[in-house]
Design a protein around this ligand. Structure first.
Ligand code: SF4
Length: 384
């Protein structure tokens, strides 16, 4: 009798630690949700689990740290509290509010997505993953987040944190961003998602990856899911997931010119709006020209760029070089050589007839929709 009951106990324990079994999945979900209920961070977007708030926060959180996003999110929700205000806004204002968050395509997608939601869905975001994915900028991850958190749909999601946690729980080898490994991670996430609290479960997995299962030195001792974790059991938590081989960003060379004029007691700067498509689309910059590869654009090209500005005449050579700044975009490594040029006050006196160009004073320069690159150039200017 004793032996029989001992066998039963052993098998029950092993089943509860086995994520393939129903018992194991249930215990895992309970442990993770208990931990989440106790340790979840009090983040502003968690106070309003409505679809629009989830959408905005999830898009902002892509490629940006939580601590940075909080201020941006609060400013955004104050200015655009619903899809209607966002859909009505001018894209320039949207970009201005996004200024400094980087990856500006995200802001453009939110804006055009809001217009679609108002036009096609009567102002309400759709609730299914398949409908959500039809909106610009919404991929499987964001669709899963909105569907599960805002609508309680039993849908999985996989972001970088979930990818890491699941790779370790199941000791999955292979590049988590590609092919069969990516498919396996999504399949595991789908099997695990809690049928009663899918939104909380998904947030709990992300929170676990962010707070406990860190990329380096995960805190396995205090991890609520350690008993299910294969990577921990074999003593190789940090070996998963395999680091993905990323393509090296391609080189790019550019020249920019800080063109300024002293008007009364104010210094004014010439800015150019970049084209509607391509790198840093529609953002303001110190006028520049660029080339893919390692060859610098010529000073003549830069002069021709400046000559496009209405009323600006550059006679004689471009001014001295202030220095070079470097900036890495997701797919480009840019080196930008910065020049300066003072023009007579009359150049900055007239209002611009072309909305691709403008003069701004020093104070306004900080508020203009700008990329981190423009800030680097300003810093160089301030130190010159
Ligand atoms: S036990 Fe360690 S490696 Fe496994 S999920 Fe927890 S923190 Fe991550």
């Amino acid at each position: 009798m004793k032996a029989k009951s001992g066998t039963r106990t052993k098998s029950a324990v092993s089943r509860s630690e086995d994520l393939q079994s129903v018992v194991g999945k249930t215990s895992f979900r309970q442990a993770l949700l208990r931990w989440f209920d106790e340790y979840r961070r009090d983040l502003p977007w968690r106070q309003a689990e409505e679809a629009y708030a989830v959408w905005v926060s999830e898009i902002m959180l892509q490629q940006t740290q939580v601590a940075t996003v909080i201020d941006y999110y609060e400013r955004w929700m104050e200015r655009f509290p619903s899809v209607y205000e966002l859909a009505d806004a001018e894209i320039d204002e949207v970009l201005e509010l996004w200024s400094g968050l980087g990856y500006y395509r995200r802001a453009r997608y939110l804006h055009s997505g809001a217009q679609r939601v108002v036009d096609e869905f009567d102002g309400r975001l759709p609730s299914t993953v398949s409908e959500l994915k039809k909106l610009p900028g919404i991929g499987p991850y964001t669709a899963g987040a909105i569907a599960s958190i805002a609508f309680g749909a039993v849908e999985p999601l996989v972001d970088g944190n979930v990818e890491r946690v699941i790779s370790r729980l199941f000791a999955l080898s292979g590049d988590p961003k590609r092919g069969s490994t990516r498919g396996q991670i999504w399949a595991r996430a789908e099997e695990l998602v809690d049928p009663d609290r899918p939104g909380d479960f998904n947030q709990a997995l992300m929170e676990l990856g962010s707070l406990v299962c860190a990329l380096r030195s995960p805190s396995c001792q205090s991890c609520p899911t350690r008993q299910w974790c294969l990577a921990r059991k074999i003593g190789k938590a940090e070996a998963f997931p395999e680091s993905a081989k990323r393509a090296k960003p391609l080189p790019m060379r550019a020249r920019a010119c800080v063109v300024y004029a002293e008007v009364g007691d104010q210094r004014r700067f010439l800015l150019r709006r970049r084209p509607a498509k391509g790198l840093l689309a529609r953002l303001w910059e110190f006028p520049s020209c660029e080339r893919a590869g390692k060859t610098w654009p010529t000073l003549l090209e830069l002069k021709e760029r400046l000559a496009e500005a209405p009323g600006v005449k550059v006679e004689g050579p471009i001014g001295r070089t202030m220095g070079t700044v470097e900036h890495v975009f997701s797919h480009r490594r840019l080196r930008l050589r910065v020049h300066q040029l003072e023009l007579p006050p009359s150049a900055a006196d007239e209002p611009m007839s072309d909305d691709r160009w403008r003069w701004v004073d020093e104070e306004a320069l900080a508020d203009v929709a700008s990329a981190a690159l423009l800030k680097k150039v300003r810093k160089l200017w301030a130190g010159s």
